[in-house]
Design a protein around this ligand. Structure first.
Ligand SMILES: CC(C)(COP(=O)(O)OP(=O)(O)OC[C@H]1O[C@@H](n2cnc3c(N)ncnc32)[C@H](O)[C@@H]1OP(=O)(O)O)[C@@H](O)C(=O)NCCC(=O)NCCS
Length: 162
């Protein structure tokens, strides 16, 4: 399957069930945080999907934080579509949408930092992401001892635009 056979577009309510499957299947393997239907619907306008016909093969969203940074969230590609640049294209499309909103700082917490560093994100210390760390890390089951606890399997990556 080639990337050209896929359509990249904003997510709709019809996609939510498949997005939840994709995200929560990966979450059950411990590589990303789970999402509820409510959490996806709250941020639905910030989510993109790659589809083949009606089938959602990848998804990615963004969340804007109090310090006007945007977090790249819920990035996942179905296994048989991985390694073809689909995830990268979704990240880049989300960055473009955020740039149109005036956002200049992007970050992610990820088990796959290479996906980000190859498009100019830098690996940074988690404590640069203060809002994220206070709000999400402190509630994460892997991090009951506090942000940065060694049970955390994710790295922080950041992209600063001029
Ligand atoms: C991470 C993920 C979304 C990447 O999606 P994708 O569509 O395969 O991404 P791309 O094809 O654009 O790959 C981008 C690059 O990242 C690399 N990469 C992909 N997955 C990776 C992983 N899990 N760990 C490290 N590097 C990874 C690829 O090798 C590729 O680099 P290369 O072209 O130099 O070889 C996909 O592997 C996935 O769904 N993984 C399970 C969910 C997950 O781990 N999500 C967390 C991301 S925050």
């Amino acid at each position: 399957m080639k990337k050209e056979d896929l359509t990249f577009r904003q997510a709709t309510v019809k996609d939510v069930g498949q997005m939840l499957n994709l995200v929560n299947r990966n979450a059950s393997k411990g590589v990303m945080l789970p999402k509820s239907k409510g959490q996806i619907l709250d941020l639905l306008t910030n989510f993109s999907v790659a589809v083949r016909g009606e089938k959602v093969v990848a998804t990615c969203g963004f969340k804007i934080w109090m310090d006007e940074s945007a977090e790249i969230i819920s990035l996942a590609t179905l296994k048989r579509f991985q390694g073809q640049g689909v995830g990268t294209k979704l990240i880049q499309e989300n960055i473009e949408r955020c740039k149109n909103l005036g956002i200049k700082r992007f970050f992610a917490m990820t088990v796959a930092p290479k996906v980000f560093t190859r498009i100019n994100f830098k690996v940074v210390h988690y404590n640069r992401l203060s809002f994220k760390v206070w709000m999400d890390c402190s509630n994460c089951p892997r991090n009951a001892a506090g942000p940065g606890d060694k049970k955390c399997n994710e790295q922080a990556v950041e992209l600063l635009l001029d």
